[in-house]
Ligand binder design. Structure first.
Ligand SMILES: [Cu+2]
Length: 178
């Protein structure tokens, strides 16, 4: 996902300022703010990959049935500058060396029991990013639902996300729990 520079700047501020400044005025609709940060966990042990020394920050602000979600990655190998990688919120945990543990994409239709679920950027949290020359990635998405609490993972894949939500092998993940 390509993001205008001003949005990137805004998001950078959101990631560094305090939660207090984002609190809603009405006590009746408090915003839930979820943060995670840390070294990415390797899902391709034994194989050198561009995310082996990367770290990430995750921010999700849930309010009134909607969510704003931001992912920032840094320390990506510069050999993949210019490439785009798929990333999504998955239902399960982020376990080193075990990509399958993260389970499927978090899908709001699935949670609502809708069969078959719609698979797109409005029912799932897609956070694809393009790697900059400095080895950084940035993604911002807004979705019309609020993912339920759990022990979950943001998974980074080898390819950009296609129309079916597929993005190739799982490379790395960031644990996100709330
Ligand atoms: Cu994924």
């Amino acid at each position: 996902m390509t993001v205008p520079r001003y949005l990137a700047a805004t998001a950078a501020v959101l990631l560094t300022t305090t939660v207090v400044s984002m609190a809603p005025a009405q006590a009746s609709s408090p915003a839930e703010v979820v943060r995670a940060r840390g070294n990415l966990r390797d899902l391709q042990l034994g194989t050198a990959g561009p995310f082996d020394h990367a770290r990430a920050k995750f921010l999700m602000v849930q309010r009134q049935g909607r969510s704003l979600v931001i992912l920032k990655v840094r320390g990506i190998d510069q050999s993949v500058a210019g490439r785009e990688f798929g990333a999504h919120l998955h239902t399960g945990p982020c376990v080193t060396g075990n990509g399958a543990a993260a389970g499927p994409h978090y899908n709001s239709d699935t949670v609502a029991g809708i069969v078959p679920p719609r698979v797109d950027a409005t029912t799932e949290v897609w956070l694809d990013f393009k790697v900059t020359q400095a080895g950084r990635g940035f993604a911002l998405t807004r979705v019309p639902f609020t993912p339920l609490p759990g022990t979950r993972a943001v998974v980074i894949h080898e390819l950009p996300t296609d129309h079916h939500g597929a993005a190739g092998p799982r490379q790395a993940c960031l644990p996100v729990s709330w």
